[in-house]
Design a binder for this molecule. Structure first.
Ligand code: E4P
Length: 198
């Protein structure tokens, strides 16, 4: 299991990196907005805390592929090892092909169906992030989607990993772990809860 921390809170990252086997940090626009500081400064500070050996994921916000490509290039200039998160819209998929062609690592994000994940992996995404809780919240089955994604990676021998995301409780994390996802990204408070027993 590859554990990542889903936050831009520097104190929480510092603490978690010290305590837990954290392989990286994921951010998204709402996580960044909570910090109330400039985007670039936040990413540079996170990199300083986590060091070069851990992964840092940051999301593009453009609506069209060209804008997303430009954002990805700017992110790489800021941090050569950055992994760029791209939503699985139609333009996002086009952007993934362009960004992948530039040798930039990609996380396909906001995945809600296994077929979105499959196409993203074929377009060059290295990590595939299904939004487990958001699916559960709309009467979907986040675990089933994650499990199907694991199966598709296996069927097609894809060079991609499921990065299950959007958790609100430990049971969701446990279920996707049993389904064989390769990685999870978890908010700091939930990460702590993973070890708790009354
Ligand atoms: C993934 O990388 C996202 O940051 C994430 O987990 C979003 O989940 P949420 O917005 O449902 O909390």
């Amino acid at each position: 299991m590859i554990y990542m921390l889903d936050t831009a809170d520097l104190n929480a990252i510092t603490q978690a990196v010290d305590l837990y086997p954290i392989a990286g940090v994921t951010t998204n626009p709402s996580i960044i907005a909570k910090e109330n500081r400039p985007f670039k400064a936040i990413l540079l500070d996170i990199r300083e805390v986590i060091g070069r050996e851990r992964m840092l994921h940051a999301q593009v916000m453009g609506k069209d592929a060209r804008t997303m490509l430009k954002e990805a290039q700017a992110l790489r200039e800021l941090d050569p090892q950055i992994i760029v998160k791209v939503p699985v819209t139609t333009q996002g998929l086009k952007a993934m092909k362009l960004i992948h062609a530039q040798g930039i690592r990609i996380t396909a994000t906001a995945i809600l169906t296994p077929q979105q994940a499959l196409m993203a992996a074929v377009a060059g995404a290295e990590f595939l992030a299904p939004y487990v809780n958001r699916l559960d919240n709309i009467c979907g089955d986040g675990t089933a989607v994650a499990a199907d994604m694991v199966q598709l990676i296996e069927n097609y021998q894809l060079d991609a990993k499921v990065l299950a995301a959007s958790f609100k409780n430990i049971q969701q994390v446990h279920k996707v772990a049993l389904a064989g996802v390769q990685s999870v990204t978890i908010a700091p408070d939930l990460m702590e809860q993973l070890l708790v027993h009354p």
